[in-house]
Design a protein around this ligand. Structure first.
Ligand SMILES: *Cc1c(COP(=O)(O)O)cnc(C)c1O
Length: 386
């Protein structure tokens, strides 16, 4: 059962919808799945971890046999850091494609870890050009790894991974993809594209609760990584080895409730019809929102042809009476939590459309927004009094 089948709205415990992925709005069964305790050494719990890894790999479709799945405790960034620190050798060098905060964060992590790093940076509503990528790889032959973000959640831009991957592979480099906010929400041909390592987390398109991420790793590359890690707790090779040798045992305290909720979330993804069905719902959410926002005079930061179906960014209305915090509070009152902007060049705010939310919920949000345009009402009042 998903909440959508029930008469009550999705959160069902009186909390607002989280249009802030993520954390995002989870279904009632996902939340309820956490109402008991598990021992992390216990066989039932370890079996849950084994099943989770198997199910995640099955989502890759063709070529899945060449991959393995390594979960990691913590928020998504812990997995990004674990990936960079565990897989890039001491004499390696990373090229990071960055058009937002998450791309920049990959480069920053590399610097923290003393990994040689260069970047190709463009504005947050633009794509790094394939020509620039090709030239950079030809010019700097020390580069061994290329890291990119699929959906840059900063703006909601969806980066053209199908264009970049062949260039990276042609140049013989290892490809690392941060697919945190896109994996399971859109079909990613991981094997066909030649992706070596891809990361995502529990609390984005799979609609679980926060507390762990996971790396999908090409087995042949993973096996080369023993002893490379720059951190004890974020050593993905050791995590993988422990899970393999001990039937799903995590190295350190496992996020038991998070894994149980994730198991329920994976079952719901399956009963919804898999990635294709979920992608369709997210696209419908997105279309409903964008159409309504444009009708209300809002302007998008990202062009339609570059926009992902996961999160959208809107420019602040052109009124000095507009106040994001005030809008935030008004909408929260009406049951919707939205996201502040992260695009540095433009004052903007964000609305996520993933999680246990449906086009009807987007419609209700649009009504709530239309009823709370205090900046227009105050503008009008001022005009009257002038
Ligand atoms: C959510 C997200 C992350 C991880 O962020 P955390 O706050 O650490 O969970 C990383 N990259 C992208 C693109 C994301 O959307």
């Amino acid at each position: 059962m998903t909440n959508h089948d029930s008469a009550l709205p999705a959160p069902r415990l009186g909390e607002p919808y989280l249009l802030t992925p993520g954390p995002l709005t989870t279904s009632y069964p996902v939340k309820s799945a956490m109402l008991r305790d598990w021992g992390s050494w216990d066989g039932d719990f370890r079996a849950m971890t084994v099943e989770m890894r198997t199910r995640l790999l099955a989502m890759l479709g063709q070529g899945a046999d060449d991959f393995d799945c390594v979960p990691m405790q913590g928020s998504g960034t812990f997995s990004v850091e674990a990936m960079l620190g565990s897989f890039i050798p001491r004499d390696g060098k990373a090229l990071v494609l960055a058009n937002g905060a998450y791309g920049q964060r990959i480069a920053e992590i590399a610097e923290y870890l003393n990994i040689a790093v260069v970047t190709l940076v463009v504005a947050e509503h633009e794509w790094v050009s394939t020509v620039a990528l090709t030239e950079m790889l030809a010019r700097d032959t020390d580069i061994t790894h290329v890291a990119m973000v699929h959906c840059e959640t900063t703006s909601g831009i969806l980066n053209p991974i199908e264009d970049y991957a062949p260039i990276v592979k042609e140049a013989g480099k290892v490809l690392l993809v941060d697919a945190m906010s896109s994996f399971a929400g859109i079909d990613i041909k991981v094997a066909d594209l030649g992706i070596d390592f891809l990361i995502s987390s529990a609390n984005k398109c799979i609609q679980g609760v926060p507390g762990m991420g996971f790396v999908i790793a090409k087995q042949s590359e993973l096996l080369l990584c023993e002893g490379r890690a720059r951190s004890l707790s974020l050593d993905l090779f050791s995590q993988w080895k422990t899970m393999e040798d001990n039937h799903g045992k995590w190295r350190f305290t496992s996020p038991t409730h998070v894994v149980r909720a994730f198991q329920q979330a994976l079952a719901e993804l399956n009963s919804e019809g898999g990635i294709a069905a979920r992608a369709k719902r997210y696209a419908a959410n997105h279309q409903t929102l964008i159409k309504g926002m444009k009708a209300q005079g809002f302007q998008c930061v990202v062009d339609d042809d570059k926009q992902s179906p996961f999160i959208s960014t809107f420019v602040y209305p052109d009124s000095n009476l507009f106040d994001f915090n005030k809008l935030y509070e008004c909408l929260k009152e009406e049951g919707f939590v939205i996201y502040p902007g992260k695009v540095t060049a433009t004052p903007c705010f964000r609305i996520g459309h993933i999680g246990e939310v449906y086009p009807e919920d987007m419609q209700r949000l649009l009504v709530a927004l239309a009823n709370n345009k205090f900046w227009e009402q105050e503008d009008a009042l001022e005009n009257v009094s002038a």
